[in-house]
Write a protein that binds this ligand. Sequence first.
Ligand code: DGL
Length: 263
Amino acid sequence: MDNRPIGVFDSGLGGVTVLQELKKILPNEDFIYLGDTKHSPYGEKTKDELKKLVNNNIRFLLEKDVKVIVIACNTAASIGSNYYDKNYDIPFISVLEAGVDEVKDTDENILVAATQATINLGRYQKLIKKNHKDINVVGVACPDIVPAIEFSDLSKIDTQNIVDRYILEHSDGGFDGVILGCTHYPIFEKEFSKAIPSARLINPARRTAQMTREFLEKHNMLRLESDEYTSREEFYVSGDINIFKEKIERIFEKKIQNIDKIG
Ligand code: DGL
């Protein structure tokens, strides 16, 4: 048994789509969530910038004494595990590897919708092709989606239009599945499904949560269950606390109790 918290990080609030899935199947665990909102969007960063930010986030979570780190940011995970995995004595679960795992052997055409950096770095495309040799993988960058979610009032903008401008042209492409390859995109799940109704939507958050649970079970690292204990979550952001809180409450209908600013 290991009663330390699980660390989760993203560039902003998108990783909360992963946190929600984690909490569903790991209700006894404590969580530390880091949203690096000061440096969002990660999708516009270079690989070198991402390496620095990812390693800063990892170091922060290590100081909080977490037992495992869930990389709830596809863009961060796109730098490749060599740039983080080998340097730290802590297990990592990556949302990107979970997304790749959701592709089936019977899939012939897969669309990966993600940030510009994720598409440019090409890790999704490479890993999917490694596992499924004959598959056709098309990557589409959707650079306006994350800024819209992080910085605008969603009630005042045409969210369907933001998704349509990238996805509609692919809707007749015979895609078996569309990977929501950015943790912000499940917030627009309805819009994606309307833009490309014939493809199955793949939200890697669920598989990420399962992989985390499987890992903790396998290594006997689950938190000890106890009737008196209520699981805790702490949030840390590098940008404005109030904007983050207000967004989370509005988008996820979730109240945040413990939140602090870092840096
Ligand atoms: N949510 C992140 C991802 O999964 C990136 C968002 C950003 O561009 O900051 O890729």
